[in-house]
Design a protein around this ligand. Structure first.
Ligand SMILES: [Zn+2]
Length: 136
C-alpha cells in the first residue's frame, strides 16, 4: 500500500521562491529592503512598514521552538494516519519566525525551547512546505 501524497500548495508569483526553494531543500524567506524585517509567509508588502521592496534570501533553517501544538484531528490523508502531528512556531537562528511542521517520532516529548533544523534531502522532497526536525 502506498502512502498518500500531501496536498500541494497553490503556486503564485508571490510564493514561488519559497515553494521552489523548498523543492531544492532550501528555506527561502523574504526580507524588507526598507526596514530589514524578515517576512513569513510570503507577501507583496512588508507587514511592518508596507514597503514593496522585498528581496529573497536563504535561511540556515536552524532555529528554536517557541511554541507548538500537537494536532490529533485531521481530515486529510496522509495526516490522518500520521496523527498526532506537531505544528510549531519556530524562531530562526538567523532571524525570522515562522510556522511549520516538526517531524518527530516522539510528539509527546516535544517542548518549547528545543533546537530544530530543516529536514534534509532526500526526505525533504516528501513534504510540500518547509518542514523541520528536532536537533538530537
Ligand atoms: Zn519593512
Amino acid at each position: 500500500m502506498s502512502i498518500p501524497a500531501y496536498p500541494e500548495p497553490a503556486l503564485t508569483s508571490t510564493n514561488r521562491p519559497l515553494i521552489e526553494g523548498w523543492r531544492r531543500g532550501e528555506l527561502m524567506l523574504q526580507r524588507c529592503s526598507a526596514c530589514s524585517e524578515i517576512i513569513f509567509f510570503p507577501r507583496e508588502l512588508c507587514p511592518r512598514c508596507w514597503s514593496s521592496e522585498l528581496t529573497w534570501e536563504r535561511s540556515s533553517g536552524k532555529g528554536m521552538v517557541v511554541s507548538f501544538s500537537r494536532v490529533y484531528s485531521h481530515v486529510t490523508e496522509p495526516f490522518v494516519v500520521e496523527s498526532p502531528t506537531v505544528l510549531a512556531e519556530i524562531a530562526l537562528t538567523d532571524g525570522g519566525v515562522l510556522l511549520a511542521r516538526v517531524i518527530t517520532t516522539e510528539p509527546e516529548a516535544m517542548q518549547s525551547g528545543i533546537g530544530v533544523e530543516l529536514v534534509p534531502m532526500p526526505e525533504a522532497a516528501r513534504y510540500p512546505l518547509p518542514t523541520f526536525r528536532p536537533i538530537v
